[in-house]
Design a protein around this ligand. Sequence first.
Ligand code: EPU
Length: 432
Amino acid sequence: MKVFRIVGGQALHGSVPISGAKNAALPIFAACLLTDQPCTITNVPDLSDIRFMAEILEHLGAEVTRLDANSWRICARELKCVAPYELVRQMRASICLLGPLVGRMRKARVSFPGGCVIGPRPIDLHIKGLRKLGCQVEIEGGFIVVDASELRGSPVFLGGRNGSTVTGTANMIMAAVLAPGVTVIENAAAEPEVSDLCEMLVRMGARIQGGGSHSIRIEGVSSLSGTTHSIIPDRIEAGTFLLAAAMTGGDIQLNGIIPSHNSALLDRLEAAGARPDVGVDSIRLCTDPGKLRPVDIITMPYPGFPTDLQAQMCSLMTVVDGISIITERIYPNRFMHVPELQRMGADISIEGSSAIIKGTSSLSGAPVMASDLRASAALVIAALAARGETWIQRVYHIDRGYERIDEKLRMLSVTIERLPDSEMPASIKEIA
Ligand code: EPU
């Protein structure tokens, strides 16, 4: 297994390219199953989760060709409708195969996803939505078994206790585009990744209005054609680099992005005293972390502050003088980064679904353990700003969602090495 060795106390300088959005690419790969014609997807991030989704599509019978590092061609002339546990358990996002299988095959047998370190992630809204569309859904032997022979458009309210559902909305859209009649999804997720999916489906011949709003109207069509689609830039990767720059006191420029997708983060950075310079498709951030003020954050569905940047924001607040409160409303237990940040000297206590952070002047490097994707990103940021050396174990978590993060950080003049864990000093291995 690989580890990162990061020498702290380094500011980020320069510009860095932002990859395509993982969370847009995954449902878009699944959407390619809705047609028997080829789809070409470009600006796809080169990530283990993407390669994994490609493997599942192949298992389902699609021809999947990697054209280059960031472009794929998917052609599902033939299609099976069973996604087994061995594949689905490895990646929760495989739940978004349900919608396309239901739409195209009128039946699906997809294994229930396994547990998740960020807390309970129910799929009741996916099931409720499919039932509203006339499907019979049963849970049998660990599988979600759908008989969609009576699939038809319908009004669907997709609200849950924690708000809207992103992959649930994607599933409803993908089932409804080929369902006879009209579907109106109320309380739909408005995340840019859902809009990107709608944009691609419309190009394939789907009739969708309101993608990116909380009310999406879909008029079913009988078939869809192939298309070419370029994935939107990853707002979470962009936000992670901005927070890294804010924490280390660097000066970075992100190009080729959609700044409005990061409005909530920019608002909080401004409230903290940073002055991001926002262009049409770029953001430059040059800060002195010593001058930042603490800010309170509540995570919410888009356009609110994203849960996928909560851990990274926690890292920043650990070195901002004063008290900040970060409340997690999407995944109330998503605080795995906290014990690791505490190992680096952070003063954080958890009260219910809030982290109360007392900023200290600096963190100190330590051996730490990556747990999930965003918690790992938070540790990388903290390590860059800390005094001394940090060793981060289990970096495969970060490779699931950040394309070559170590190479990109080196472009920003940072020392970060990817090493086999055998190179960790024995004294550190014992502590870790
Ligand atoms: N929820 C339900 N019932 C459902 C579905 C969701 O109660 O049937 C709840 C969840 O428990 C959660 C909230 O609704 O409290 C939102 O969950 P959502 O369904 O929107 O999450 P998701 O679609 O499973 C996607 C991203 C996550 C991101 C969330 C929230 C993908 C592949 N994953 O998950 O990304 O955190 O939306 O924005 O798009 C990540 O990239 O690190 C990541 C975890």
